[in-house]
Design a protein. Structure first.
Length: 371
């Protein structure tokens, strides 16, 4: 035992085993240098510094290596996605044999998600060229036609005024056989489209309108004025019916005739029984007994391109009295069962009115075709 005195409050050092070497102090591990980031890749985070090792006791476990974190993988550049050819019209020609100009594919790489091709020139087709030429010719024709129509419309206004003035003089300038032909042919003018023929049996002297028209009809036509009234009576091939055709020449101008025509159409004055024209009953003819009570059907037209009113009134040649006359518009309708309709007297009145109107227009304007 040593002679040196020990202090009672200081414990003696632990005994050291002879086979156990003295522990070494562990130096802190320096941090790993970080690698500079690649282009277009996020920088790699630096590894955290290792913690310093604690002093190991005699009975402690061997020191652990410092904790390190795995490095993040560097992201690779995004590859271009393959195009779905079912939904797009682009065609990748780079994988076709012999692909080259002018079908060179666009370069692929970052930022190039799509594959496009150059537009190839479209060859001209002879059919397309011909179609374009036809369209051009038609377009020029339409333009020229419109210009010609405008020019003719300007010239036709003066011609219409001349024809209107010429129509006012027809009652004394035109021959009677032109105004009232000896024979009138009616192609498909009868019921069911039958052909009809009428023969002139009497022509009345030209006169005024006072005694030739009913007072009420004369008052309705009074705004147009009455210059002259011409009449003629016809009979059919069987001499079973008679019809009187009248041409009333007015003193009115174009606007007055237009207004009168509009009134007749709007108010349907041509279908009123109290506005029926009177017939011309010539003595010694089949129409001798053709009076007011024998009127069966009638038709009346007011012209606006000529100063004239055209009418026709029909009846039976045997002089029978008609209690319910019917306008031609109703007597010629499908399903009409009245006596005038069954006998075709509505067709007769309508046919003579239409043909007399066509004759007047033909005399005033030679380029108009008579029906």
């Amino acid at each position: 035992m040593s002679t040196q005195a020990r202090r009672p409050d200081v414990p003696p050092p632990p005994a050291r085993r002879p086979e156990e070497p003295a522990p070494r102090a562990t130096a802190p591990t320096p941090p790993r240098p970080t690698t500079p980031p690649r282009p277009a890749a996020p920088p790699r985070p630096a590894a955290p510094p290792a913690r310093p090792a604690r002093p190991a006791a005699d009975d402690a476990a061997p020191p652990k290596s410092p904790r390190t974190f795995p490095a993040f993988p560097t992201p690779r550049p995004a590859e271009p996605r393959p195009r779905d050819r079912r939904h797009t019209g682009a065609v990748d020609l780079t994988d076709r044999p012999g692909a080259g100009a002018p079908f060179a594919a666009a370069p692929r790489g970052p930022g190039h998600d799509e594959v496009t091709t150059r537009l190839r020139p479209v060859p001209r087709s002879p059919r397309r060229t011909a179609a374009a030429a036809v369209c051009l010719v038609l377009g020029l024709g339409l333009v020229a036609g419109g210009a010609a129509g405008t020019w003719l419309a300007g010239g036709d206004s003066a011609g219409a005024a001349d024809r209107f003035a010429a129509g006012a003089a027809l009652w004394h300038d035109a021959p009677v056989d032109r105004l009232f032909p000896p024979t009138v042919e009616g192609k498909k003018a009868g019921p069911g489209g039958a052909d009809r023929t009428w023969t002139r049996i009497a022509v009345a002297p030209d006169s005024g309108c006072a005694k030739a028209l009913d007072p009420l009809l004369a008052s309705v036509l009074a705004p147009a004025g009455c210059a002259r009234l011409l009449r003629a009576t016809y009979t059919d091939a069987t001499r079973s019916e008679v019809v009187t055709v009248g041409l009333l020449f007015t003193r009115a101008g174009e606007q007055a005739m237009t207004d009168l025509r509009t009134r007749f159409r709007t108010e349907k004055l041509d279908q009123r029984r109290d506005l029926m024209p009177r017939p011309y009953a010539a003595e010694g003819t089949p129409a001798e007994g053709f009076g007011d009570d024998q009127r069966a059907s009638w038709s009346l037209t007011v012209l606006d391109d000529l100063p004239a009113v055209v009418y026709a009134v029909s009846g039976f040649a045997d002089g029978r009295e008609i209690t319910e006359p019917q306008p031609a518009a109703s007597a010629t309708a499908d399903g009409a069962t009245t006596a005038p309709a069954q006998a075709g007297l509505g067709h007769t009145a309508l046919a003579h009115t239409e043909r007399a109107t066509a004759r007047l227009r033909s005399l005033a304007r030679p380029d108009t075709e008579e029906r």
